[in-house]
Design a protein around this ligand. Structure first.
Ligand code: NAP
Ligand code: MG
Length: 402
């Protein structure tokens, strides 16, 4: 068979631990034999981040800006324990935070659905994708304990002009206060990223805040979305999709009664909470994909899960592992599909579709990794396979489709 040619290069970001091992298996067994492709490769394994003073992470982000598409393996975010384990000179920042910062992107998490794992919400036939604004609010707040009676104020001191103040509360006893912020630039980027993603996936966009209570703060989010939507309206009409705004409590009540198939845009805290709720309702973190979309339309695809450290230590001890590779496979298929769409090469898009179908059908036929056995519909065909056996089973199905 002649290899399918991927016209333009894209960015490949390697990572750590168990996912680094699986990443290599996917490339060697599922891609290299069938695809003629070039990547701009960045090794974000923790050793190389240390060796380059984390410059490699910055370079990778800039390369995605240049090539438009990237695929990323999971990476360790160092903490004190990792500092010792890897002999680090610095506790390097989370690579994902660096990438998000440089690409100014929004993260969208979408579950991979298979017919033999039912979401807890029985009506969800299609994925509910959560788009989380990843800047500001309580994640960059200033907070204080109030020891006793007194007045708490909010003060803005402009570069030119007189300070503006507002009373938060006249305390008669002890309490707490919190101040938070967001920027117009970041909210606009968030809105545009969500609208680009909805267009890309051809799904309705739902946005929710609590603007009846927070008239200025949440009201501003709502207003910015409405303004940005003016520039997207005709494209949404053309795609046959809708933008819908409602209060978050109304949306929560509504979403559990839909069939899914929507993008739910969430403010930072709402997205933190709701993305975990949605992930768990769909079954497993190992079945969740993640894509970072910049307002300029650059895409970085990855799995939502981490480096699966527990199983990596088992692997180092020579024990058998059963790591689920489906979200990493979908990171590759997502990147390849996007590359194919941008290059106008339908054969590459078709390869991505076949790869995803092969992975889904493998699980649907009962061949699955250990994490899925307890949540799959009981069936005599169900069997737990190890990390490599699962990759081989998917590859075998893929070959039958090519
Ligand atoms: P994790 O690697 O996602 O693993 C959490 C648990 O979820 C695992 O112990 C495993 O459960 C299960 N799991 C996750 N993915 C799985 C898969 N593909 N197959 C089978 N089981 C899977 O998260 P973590 O243990 O909190 O973090 C480990 C490292 O990953 C940390 O260094 C963290 O910084 C990093 N991390 C990176 C990213 C990223 O790059 N995007 C995201 C999150 C975390 P069992 O224990 O039951 O096997
Ligand atoms: Mg969280």
């Amino acid at each position: 068979m002649e290899k399918i040619k991927v016209k333009n290069a894209f960015v490949e970001i390697d990572g750590d631990e168990m996912t680094r091992i699986v990443w290599k298996m996917i490339k060697e067994r599922m891609l290299d034999p069938f695809l003629d492709y070039r990547t701009d490769y960045f090794d974000l394994g923790l050793e190389n981040r240390e060796a380059t003073g984390d410059q490699v992470t910055v370079d990778a982000a800039n390369a995605i800006k240049k090539l438009g598409v990237g695929v990323k393996c999971a990476t360790i975010t160092p903490n004190d324990q990792r500092m010792t384990e890897y002999n680090l000179t610095q506790c390097w920042k989370s690579p994902n935070a660096t990438l998000r910062g440089i690409l100014d992107g929004t993260v969208f998490r979408k579950p991979i659905m298979v017919s033999n794992i039912k979401p807890v919400i029985r009506t969800w036939e299609k994925p509910v994708t959560v788009g989380r604004h990843a800047y500001g609010d309580v994640y960059k707040n200033q907070e204080m304990k109030i020891p006793g009676p007194g007045k708490a104020e909010i003060v803005f001191t402009p570069e030119i002009g007189e300070p503006v103040r507002g009373t938060i509360h006249e305390f008669t006893g002890p309490g707490i206060v919190q101040g938070m912020h967001n920027t117009e630039k970041s909210i606009r980027s968030f809105a545009r990223s969500c609208m680009n993603y909805a267009l890309d996936e051809k799904i309705d966009l739902w946005f929710s805040t609590k603007d009846t209570i927070s008239k200025t703060y949440d009201g501003f989010f709502k207003a910015v979305f409405e303004e940005e939507f003016e520039n997207y309206k005709s494209r949404f009409d053309e795609a046959g999709i809708k933008y819908y705004y409602t209060l978050i409590d109304a949306l929560v009540a509504l979403i559990v009664k839909t069939k899914g198939g929507v993008l739910w845009a969430c403010k930072n805290y709402d997205g933190d909470v709701m993305s975990d709720l949605v992930a768990s309702a769909y079954g497993s973190l190992a079945m969740m994909t993640s894509v970072l979309v910049s307002p300029e339309g650059h895409f970085e695809f990855e799995a939502a899960h981490g480096t699966v450290t527990d199983q990596y230590y088992q692997h180092l001890k020579g024990e058998e592992t059963s790591t689920n590779s489906i979200a990493l496979i979908f990171a590759w298929s997502g990147g390849l599909r996007k590359r194919g769409e941008m290059d106008n090469t339908p054969e590459v898009v078709a390869f991505a579709d076949k790869l995803e179908a092969a992975a889904r059908e493998t699980i649907e036929s009962g061949t699955m990794t250990g994490d899925l056995v307890p949540i799959a519909d009981p069936n005599p065909n169900n069997r737990k396979v190890n990390t490599g056996e699962f990759v081989d089973a998917v590859t075998e199905k893929l070959v039958s489709k090519l």
